[in-house]
Design a protein around this ligand. Structure first.
Ligand code: SF4
Length: 352
């Protein structure tokens, strides 16, 4: 099933949509299109897939972040921007204090499924089948356990392996569902797990990892992100698109190309959300991010990080340190100055 939002153009993975050409029959790109494609790809010529996967794990899942010394934030990613919008204190715990978090089954399964989808494109187009993709799961699970030994704890109390088997079975179902949404034999991604980073005129550095970049022979760019959860209800779609517009802004600022399409592939529910951005969308996101960064900068200087309790607190690993739950934050590890009036803006920021 596909859901279109805000002017989105219907597109199934294997259709003849302008950014989804058949692999074999693709005409040669024009010189201008070649340039557009190459510039996006070249962003991370030096960033290996391994690095990108590790950075993805660290950025998307603080449980994957090795503990480092406290330091002021220097850049913003969609995940951490989302943290601040959800709860400034959560942002502090993750970015400033770098408090450890336990891996979760859902997040770890997401990392595993992403790795499988990425690796499948190593195979020739005709061999990118669901059985082949499912066959990659055990090996990628082994790699994940090697690179992040803490995930082994997830199944430490499962000596018979029953829960692990169910968990791997769910990963298989997510991988299988992808084939009902997109046809990887008709795709030849320009990039996978693309690490991007751009500095805005203000000095704010934006960074992130894009799951997949497709470039059409015409030079049109499509940014694709896989989600192993379910698609949000329409009233929350703006929040889901925030991450994609963030990436589109980075690509635009880096390469002067506004991506033609943003595509979210929800493996949990079998939905595809697409959005075709225009420069005004991305300018709006840039203004939003600048305001967000200013609030983060102020909180960093003053040490005034406010908790913002919501029902999402149920998933927060830091209730023991949160005043809303009777906890006490650790001593603030950075120098502080007296709080000014601006810090009261915390907790009222949303993706729109
Ligand atoms: S428990 Fe809730 S209010 Fe407290 S830090 Fe976590 S998300 Fe914020």
């Amino acid at each position: 099933m596909e859901t279109s939002i805000e002017g989105a153009v219907a597109d199934t993975g294997g259709s003849a949509a302008p950014v989804d050409p058949p692999v074999a029959a693709a005409p040669q790109p024009t010189p201008a299109a070649t340039t557009a494609a190459a510039t996006v790809v070249a962003t991370t010529a030096a960033a290996t897939a391994t690095t990108a996967v590790a950075e993805r794990a660290a950025d998307a899942d603080p449980a994957a972040t090795p503990q480092r010394a406290a330091a002021p934030p220097v850049s913003l990613s969609p995940s951490r921007a989302g943290d601040f919008m959800q709860c400034p204190l959560l942002y502090r715990f993750r970015v400033i204090d770098k408090l450890p978090e336990k891996p979760t089954e859902a997040a770890t399964r997401g990392t595993l499924v992403h790795a499988v989808l990425e690796r499948l494109f190593d195979a020739p187009a005709a061999e990118r089948t669901a059985p082949r993709a499912k066959a990659l799961i055990p090996g990628q699970w082994d790699r994940l356990r090697e690179s992040r030994p803490e995930v082994v704890e997830l199944f430490a109390d499962d000596p018979e392996g029953e829960r692990l088997a169910r968990w791997l079975g769910e990963a298989e179902r997510l991988v299988e569902r992808w084939f009902t949404l997109e046809d990887p034999s008709r795709l030849e991604p320009a990039e996978r797990e693309l690490f991007v980073e751009a500095e805005l005129d203000s000095g704010l550095r934006l960074r992130g990892i894009i799951d997949r970049v497709d470039v059409a022979p015409t030079g049109e760019v499509r940014i694709v992100d896989y989600k192993t959860g379910k698609a949000p209800r329409p009233e929350y779609s703006e929040g889901a698109l925030f991450q994609m517009k963030f990436y589109a802004l980075v690509v635009w600022r880096l390469k002067k190309v506004v991506p033609r399409r943003l595509q979210l592939v929800y493996l949990g529910s079998g939905d595809v959300l697409t959005y075709d951005p225009v420069p005004a969308d991305l300018e709006r996101v840039e203004r939003k991010l600048l305001a967000l960064w200013e609030a983060i900068r102020l909180a960093t200087e003053t040490g005034d990080w406010r908790p913002r309790p919501t029902k999402l607190c149920g998933w927060c690993d830091h209730q023991a340190h949160c005043p809303e739950f009777g906890g006490t934050p650790p001593p603030y590890p950075l120098p502080v100055r007296a709080a000014g009036p601006g810090s009261a803006a915390q907790g009222r920021m949303g993706p729109d």
